[in-house]
Design a protein around this ligand. Structure first.
Ligand SMILES: Nc1ncnc2c1ncn2[C@@H]1O[C@H](COP(=O)(O)OP(=O)(O)O)[C@@H](O)[C@H]1O
Ligand SMILES: CC(=O)N[C@@H](CCC(=O)OP(=O)(O)O)C(=O)O
Length: 306
């Protein structure tokens, strides 16, 4: 009986948080690094189903870098990277589409349904693409860099995503876009998630990765930074403390904060229930990015003031 009472107490404690986030959109970016860990994915998707069940509006945007790498190796193709983006020729684009918009989106949609939730696959195959875009043109020292079929999102079909959310289903979106001529493009998943969060005016954008947040020493989990302003993050990039795959993530965070998304977090998707912990605790479990600091970084406390 005591156990049952403790469980009921926990439900009552959660009520303030649930009220606060009910009806609000949270965009969750699932990094490919997590897709390798089936137990972590199962727990994350259970958290997503819980969020949806209590009236929050979770939207999943996923990547799949390591899965694409593996498929490229199997096809004996070599990946070339420029500024954190995969140079994408026609053969690479075929692989990206098969792995991202084919296998992974379908896997996540099926898994949510298998675990008792409802989800909608928003890839091209089902003729339900929601990301329109164009070729990404990068400049370096006045020189244009051609990355091939790498795109940037210019329009998000907000109405389709919202109608799915309001029908109590979870939209699952791969990081690819299509232009007016039907040409498909490979999009960095952090920037795709950013575009979706901005278009939906999301309350939160959460990046689920395989690290516990931004660290002062990227190899040492104990050096996690709890809260970072945009200016501090930019300085850490300049100092070389933030590098590699963390750079597009941080750039996406900064740009998102400038365009109205209220909270952006980078958290460790391998930590069990990291998504719920992020929502139900004040200081959260990873690194929070904020535009400006209005008060000192919070200490961990369980009250609905996040
Ligand atoms: N300062 C830093 N703190 C934490 N991770 C960092 C930092 N700088 C670089 N990284 C790297 O960024 C990686 C996360 O980005 P990425 O590989 O793109 O992940 P995902 O596939 O989850 O999007 C980490 O695994 C880590 O190696
Ligand atoms: C243009 C570009 O680089 N696209 C990425 C898309 C997948 C991705 O971003 O996956 P993660 O979230 O696992 O990093 C790629 O080809 O790997």
């Amino acid at each position: 009986m005591q156990d049952a009472i403790a469980k009921a107490d926990t439900l009552i404690e959660a009520m303030g948080w649930i009220r606060r986030f009910r009806g609000k959109t949270t965009v969750i970016k699932l990094g490919g690094s997590l897709l390798e860990d089936t137990e972590a994915i199962r727990h994350l998707l259970l958290d997503v189903i819980f969020m949806e069940t209590v009236g929050m509006k979770p939207v999943i945007v996923h990547g799949g870098g390591p899965n694409i790498n593996r498929a490229m190796e199997e096809a004996r193709l070599e990946s070339q990277w420029i500024n954190g983006r995969r140079v994408t020729d026609e053969a690479t684009l075929d692989i990206v589409e098969r792995v991202l918009a084919g296998e992974i989106t379908q896997f996540l949609t099926d898994e949510i349904e298998r675990l008792g939730g409802r989800a909608v696959n928003l890839n091209f195959a089902a003729d339900t693409n929601v990301l329109t875009g164009e070729k990404l043109l990068l400049e370096d020292g006045g020189q244009q860099i051609d990355l091939g079929f790498v795109g940037k999102v210019t329009h998000v079909d907000r109405a389709v995503i919202e109608s799915i959310s309001y029908a109590n289903q979870v939209p699952v979106i791969p990081s690819m876009c299509i232009d007016g001529t039907g040409q498909k493009f490979n999009v960095n998943a952090d920037t795709a998630a950013m575009a979706v969060a901005e278009a939906l005016g999301a309350e939160k954008l959460i990046f689920l990765s395989d690290v516990n947040g931004v660290r002062r020493d990227k190899k040492d989990p104990a050096t996690r930074i709890n809260s970072l302003t945009s200016a501090e993050a930019q300085q850490l990039i300049k100092d070389g403390i933030i590098d590699a795959g963390m750079i597009p993530k941080i750039e996406a965070c900064i740009s998102t904060l400038q365009r109205g998304v209220r909270k952006v977090h980078i958290i460790d998707g391998k930590l069990r229930h990291s998504l719920l912990l992020e929502i139900y605790t004040t200081s959260g479990v990873g690194t929070e990015l904020v535009q400006h600091r209005t008060s000192p970084p919070a200490v961990i406390a369980d009250s609905p003031v996040n």
